[in-house]
Every structure is written in structure tokens, then in C-alpha cells.
Design a protein around this ligand. Structure first.
Ligand code: NAP
Length: 495
């Protein structure tokens, strides 16, 4: 059929890792796009988080876009500041910056059925139109403060890890860190040489996977600059990928050999690293490894054995003006409290109001749990695509790799819109329902559902993360099943 190519406008929401990826790809195809960013800088999670010790525990050369290798990483694992700077450089090099509207939050996006486009309400008061919306608004960006009595009464500085207070006393001060996820562990590691007394309040101990850490020399960086094959050798390192495959097999086979290997590696790490038997028992997890996100650390066990560092497993009774009162009655006096207590992981694009066909609200569709067909799209929300949306993989992988695979999938969905063959595309209600049924059944049998509390669980206790192997994800993203999509052709609606 002969169609004239329509003019498509793309609204990308969020200038973090995924939004910049979308910008690069759309730019390369000469598409008309705007990235709306509520803050005044790009970088998403790497802009919001500035805590001491902020590191990405995915090897730096694997935490880069496949099309933009980076020779300058200072070490095997990069710091948050370096990663933010990398994204800034990519955005500049690929011409994305002029397309970003900073300080411009998308407050609402409403589908106009008659005109087959989205109308976006902005925080500036404007309304703009786009045929296609790419929601790249991130997963962990709404800080979750703990519900601890007296939290507001503390006389010193108290703040969430993603809202770092640069004026808070740290050097030579008494600092308490509440929370034992990847964030809390990294902060403790960084503050051990600075605080006079550093207390790690742990409600649950963690499985700590030992990982290598080393810095690259200037000679090595020079070699990376001259020979990108050296970077590829690290990025596509066989052992690293085997670990990823093993990890996902472990997730899906809770009684299998892979999880046993992971648990043994972590237990050996505990036995070999922590000398004091009492401390060792405090740090010993009492649930399955990888049930919560596995911690990769080369230095945490060393940090907690410093004389100025203590681990408190006694529960917190309340916070008082002087510090933290434990359930056994002891008062731990503090100058600074950091809440490394995680995020509301079920928000995604919200609080943006998203209204699809017939005014159906995303809030209503997601009343029980956030869902999306293969983590990408939602029935009745035409031409609306998510990167790192609900039910995608969120384990210990590079989310850049995940987003790139998702983008490859989205591009195939965009094709009929770009040729003019179709006006709209969205997953069919039946395909979405089937996906959810299979996903939920599988999720309940994964390691995430093996009996611990974590941000992987939705409000009903069902794990929200991708419940199959990495290979299954890569396969699913390689080619959409177009029969599962409802495509409105230009002339008529064809199911
Ligand atoms: P998190 O994994 O959700 O951990 C929150 C911690 O706070 C848990 O230890 C939790 O204890 C504790 N907690 C929550 N409420 C509490 C309360 N009322 N009293 C005492 N303790 C309380 O959060 P996160 O460490 O910020 O990490 C979130 C995610 O961000 C990670 O899983 C990861 O995906 C990502 N991240 C990645 C990196 C990286 O290097 N790639 C670094 C940092 C973060 P319980 O376990 O007992 O619930």
C-alpha cells in the first residue's frame, strides 16, 4: 500500500539514561523529538544520588551504551559523578542537548482519539502535542522515608540518601545510617574513614558477594582510547556474562545448583572476611541469597570491622532529639542520620496524570499493581512506550543493556507508524492479560518470592521483576509478536 510518511512528533519524558538513549536513537533517524526533564540537569538517578561512596556495581565498561564506549573510567566500577559526566558527554556528542527542555515537568498526558495524538500538560502551563510518548522516567526516584516514631524530632541533620545534605556533619562526627541495601552499604564503606563513630542500623542482614575492584592506570586508559577492542573485551567478558546467566538461572530455580553456588560464595566471603564471631553472626542473612537485590561489595566487611564502626541489629524503637533509641533501651547519640531506606518502586511515570483512550486513567489501570505488556506498553494507551517500565528486569544487570534491547523492540513497533501504514499501535487486552497471568505465575516461584521483604515485591507480595531468564528477555525483545498488537491502520481499525 502506498502511504505518505506522516510527520511524527515524539515526547520523551525524562533525561536520564533511558531518555538520552531514546534521544540519540531518534536523532540518528532524523526524528522530531523533545525530551522533557523536570530538573535543571540531566542524569536521572545519577543526578539525584550524590551520596559519598556512590558507585555503580555493574562493571563500568558494561555500564555504557553499546554505541558509545568510554575509555576514561578510573576503575573497574565507576563513581556516580563519572557516570553523570559520561551521560552529559554522550548527550552533547550525539546532539541530544538542544532537544532537552530542562525545568519542564510533564504534569499530564492525555490521548486525543480523534486526532491520534497525546496532549501533554507541562509545569510551565503550556500544552504540547506529540503522536508518540516515550516514558523514560525511571524506577527508583521517589525516596521512601522510614515510618519511625519521632523521625522529625531529631536535633541534628537527618535526610534521605537521595537528598544528600552537604552541610551535614560527617568528618569527626557521629553518623548513623539506617538501611542496609546497596545504598547503605556503599555509604558505610565511604564514611568509615571520616566519621568519628559510624553506626549501621540493619533491620535485615545482607548477602554480600565479593567482587574484584581495581583502578585503571593512565597507560590502560590510553590503550582503551587507541583500541576499542580492549573495551569490548571487558564489556563482553565471558566470565561476566556467565555470571549474569547464572544469576538469572538462580532467580528462576530456587532449589537449583546456581543459587547454591551464589550462597556459598557469599558465605565463604563472610567466614573469610569477618574475624569476630559475634559480628559474623550479626551479619549472617537468614533468608535466601538474591531474594533482596544481591550486594556486590569489595570493601563492606572490611569497613564494618574498623574500630569506629558498629553494626546495630537491635530494632529501632524511635528517633529522639539526641539520636536513635533502640528497642533494648539504649540511646545511640548522633549528629547526623542518613535514611538509606530505599524508594517507592511502584511509581514509574506517576505522579504524571496519564489518560488513555476514553479517558481511562493509568492510576486506575495500575490500582492493583503497575503492569505493562513485556514491560513496554499498555492496552488503551496507544503509541505510549516505556523504557525500564514495570515487570522489566531490574536485578544486578546493566539497565543500559536492558533499555537498549527495549529500544530495539520499540523501534520495530514504531515502524508501521513511521511508514504511515498505521496511526496507532498498542498491545491487545488479551495479549496483556495472558502475559500478566504467565508472569505472575512465574514470579511467585522466583527467588524474589522466597520469603523476604524487598522493593521487588508489589503491594500484594508478588515479585514485580522479570521472572524468567536473561536469555528469555533478550529473545522476547529481539522481535515483537505483532499479532499481540492492536494496530489501527490509517483507513480502518484492524485487530
Ligand atoms: P533498598 O534496597 O530498598 O534498601 C532499603 C533498606 O532500608 C533495607 O535494608 C531495609 O530493611 C531498610 N529499611 C527500610 N525501612 C526501614 C525501617 N523503617 N527501619 C529500618 N530499616 C528500614 O534501598 P537502596 O539501598 O537505596 O537500594 C535500592 C536499589 O537501588 C537497589 O536495590 C539497586 O537496585 C539500586 N542501587 C544500585 C546501586 C548500584 O551500585 N548499582 C547502588 C545503590 C542502589 P529491610 O531489608 O529489612 O526491609
Amino acid at each position: 500500500m502506498d502511504h505518505t510518511r506522516p510527520r511524527l512528533r515524539y515526547a520523551v519524558i525524562g533525561a536520564g539514561m533511558a531518555g538520552i538513549l531514546a534521544g540519540v536513537r531518534l536523532g540518528q533517524q532524523g526524528e522530531d523529538y523533545t525530551i522533557f526533564e523536570k530538573a535543571d540537569q540531566l542524569g536521572g538517578t545519577w543526578r539525584e544520588n550524590r551520596y559519598p561512596g556512590l558507585t555503580c556495581d555493574v562493571p563500568a565498561h558494561a555500564y555504557t551504551y553499546s554505541f558509545a564506549p568510554y575509555a576514561e573510567w578510573h576503575a573497574y566500577y565507576a563513581t556516580g559523578g563519572e557516570i553523570k559526566s559520561y551521560f552529559e558527554q554522550v548527550a552533547e556528542k550525539y546532539g541530544v542537548l538542544p532537544h532537552i527542555r530542562f525545568g519542564c515537568e510533564v504534569v499530564s498526558t492525555v490521548w486525543d482519539e480523534e486526532r491520534s495524538l497525546w496532549r501533554l500538560g507541562l509545569s510551565t502551563g503550556e500544552t504540547v502535542e506529540a503522536e508518540i510518548v516515550i516514558a523514560a522516567s525511571g524506577v527508583l526516584h521517589h525516596p521512601r522515608l522510614p515510618d519511625i516514631e519521632g523521625r522529625e524530632s531529631f536535633a541534628g541533620k537527618a535526610f534521605h540518601s537521595a537528598r544528600w545534605d552537604d552541610d551535614a556533619p560527617l568528618d569527626g562526627a557521629r553518623v548513623g545510617v539506617i538501611g542496609n541495601g546497596s545504598t547503605g552499604v556503599q555509604i558505610i564503606t565511604a564514611l568509615k574513614d571520616r566519621a568519628a563513630h559510624l553506626v549501621h542500623f540493619q533491620r535485615s542482614p545482607q548477602w554480600i558477594m565479593p567482587v574484584p575492584y581495581f583502578e585503571y592506570s593512565e597507560e590502560e586508559r590510553e590503550a582503551f582510547r587507541n583500541d576499542p577492542a580492549l573495551i569490548d573485551a571487558i564489556r563482553y567478558d565471558k566470565e561476566y556474562w556467565e555470571n549474569i546467566f547464572r544469576f538469572t538461572r538462580a532467580i528462576t530455580d530456587v532449589n537449583g545448583p546456581e543459587i547454591a553456588i551464589i550462597e556459598q560464595l557469599c558465605l565463604d566471603n563472610l567466614e573469610n572476611s569477618v574475624r569476630d564471631p559475634e559480628l559474623r553472626e550479626k551479619l549472617r542473612p537468614d533468608y535466601r541469597a538474591a531474594c533482596k537485590r544481591l550486594i556486590y561489595s569489595w570493601s563492606y566487611y572490611d569497613a564494618v570491622q574498623h574500630l569506629n564502626v558498629s553494626v546495630e541489629r537491635e530494632g529501632i524503637a524511635r528517633i529522639e532529639p539526641e539520636g536513635v533509641r533502640l528497642k533494648d533501651g539504649r540511646l545511640i547519640e548522633l549528629d547526623t542520620i542518613v535514611f538509606a531506606t530505599g524508594f517507592h518502586a511502584d511509581r514509574f511515570i506517576r505522579p504524571t496524570q496519564v489518560l488513555g483512550r476514553g479517558g481511562v486513567s493509568l492510576d486506575d489501570v495500575w490500582a492493583q499493581r503497575p503492569t505493562a505488556y513485556y514491560a513496554i506498553g499498555i492496552p488503551d494507551f496507544p503509541n505510549f512506550f516505556m523504557l525500564n517500565g514495570p515487570t522489566g528486569p531490574v536485578g544486578n544487570f546493566s539497565l543500559i543493556d536492558i533499555a537498549e534491547r527495549q529500544w530495539g523492540y520499540i523501534e520495530q513497533l514504531l515502524e508501521p507508524l513511521r511508514t504511515g501504514e498505521a496511526r496507532t499501535i498498542e498491545p491487545s487486552a488479551q495479549a496483556h492479560a495472558d502475559y500478566e497471568e504467565r508472569r505472575i505465575a512465574a514470579a511467585k516461584t522466583t527467588i524474589f518470592g522466597s520469603g523476604c521483604q524487598s522493593w521487588y515485591l508489589d503491594a500484594t507480595g508478588v515479585p514485580a521483576s522479570w521472572p524468567w531468564s536473561y536469555e528469555a528477555f533478550a529473545d522476547a525483545m529481539a522481535k515483537p509478536v505483532m499479532a499481540d498488537y492492536r494496530i489501527a491502520r490509517r483507513e480502518a481499525l484492524a485487530e
